[in-house]
Write a protein that binds this ligand. Structure first.
Ligand code: PBG
Length: 324
């Protein structure tokens, strides 16, 4: 029945009425805080292209994790920035590396918090690619073994979830098998399943010092126009044992968050990436948009599209506002 019987504005009249019929509610439990761990003590190195975000030494990472947890954020995801880089990225599986030490410390000092570790080699290789370079390209199968070493090292440090972000074929299966054979059956895998070769990773590469020294990542990350292929990536990762699948970036790929959630009904994460963060911050700092409202609107939209979990550099601040 149409107007004038039906007037949808009736339930928009007051904030109380709006709250009563609100369909999507963002909660602190939905959020995951990314943190960049660098060497040293007492270090806090601001990232120019991400105002408000810094590389932190282990002690500061623990403090930041504690703050986020008390704001209601259940998990952090850690990215390591090592002192030494080499062709294979061997610092990635150093049990005394930054991520491994931060994981142990957070598990000890903020016991309720879940620790997720990003499993990739680009932060650790001198050429900045996500695997072993051979003949000008990344060698898929040779890389798997190194990713396995890294994931096992993170598991030994106490990671609750490992998150492979390299986009090599077969890495979820290889990591699952190795975890199970080494009595880490309890460690979960959050797969960066549909990860696109995106312009929106620019600021992250400054943060993680992981810009490729030659070429780009298009031979392993997905081609942005492809949606059906993203569904195949997710299906394969689930077959290989992924517990959570991720779509990344979030905003230009909301259709895929929706499709993945509808089709598979598994836990879906979406990464509101560095470039998406920096765009809102830049516009906010210039007074061009109301930053607080823009952030809530974007994150609520990602959740409405079907994301159960959102990785966002706004996590702690948003959680604070949500529980205020
Ligand atoms: C790769 C990785 C990247 C991000 C997370 N893991 C970047 C890349 O592929 O260059 C991007 C996250 C962001 O932009 O916020 N290890």
């Amino acid at each position: 029945m149409a107007f004038p019987i039906n007037r949808l504005r009736r339930l928009r009249r007051t904030e109380t009425l709006r709250k009563m019929v609100r369909e999507t509610r963002l909660a602190p439990d939905d959020l995951i805080q990314p943190l960049f761990v660098c060497p040293g003590r007492g270090v806090k190195r601001p990232i120019t292209s991400m105002p408000g975000v810094a590389q932190l030494s282990v002690d500061n990472v623990v403090a930041e994790a504690r703050d986020a947890f008390s704001a209601g954020v259940p998990a952090v995801i850690l990215f390591g920035i090592p002192d030494r880089k080499d062709a294979l990225g061997s610092e990635a599986w150093n049990d005394q590396g930054e991520v491994q030490r931060a994981t142990r410390e957070i598990k000890e000092r903020v016991p309720g918090m879940a620790v997720i570790t990003d499993v990739c080699l680009c932060e650790y290789t001198d050429h900045g690619h996500c695997g072993v370079v051979a003949g000008g390209d990344v060698d898929n199968d040779a890389t798997l073994e190194l990713l396995v070493r890294e994931a096992l090292s993170h598991a030994r440090a106490g990671a609750d979830i490992v998150a492979p972000s390299d986009m090599m074929d077969g890495r979820v299966g290889a990591i699952r098998k190795a975890l199970d054979q080494n009595s880490f059956a309890r460690v979960a895998i959050m797969a960066y399943s549909a990860k696109f070769a995106s312009a929106f990773y620019g600021p992250f590469r400054e943060a993680a010092e992981s810009t490729p020294q030659f070429g780009d990542r298009r031979s392993y990350q997905m081609d942005p126009p492809n949606g059906d292929e993203a569904i195949r990536e997710v299906a394969l990762d689930l077959e290989e044992g992924a517990d959570i699948v991720m779509v990344k970036p979030a905003l230009a790929y909301l259709d895929l968050i929706w499709r993945v959630k509808q089709k598979f009904g598994v836990p879906v994460a979406a990464y509101n990436v560095s470039g998406e963060y920096s765009m809102i911050r830049a516009a906010g700092l210039n007074g061009w948009v109301d930053e607080d409202r823009a952030v809530m609107e974007v994150l609520t939209g990602i959740k409405r599209a079907g994301a159960d979990l959102i990785l966002t550099y706004f996590a702690k601040d948003v959680a604070r506002k949500l529980s205020a």
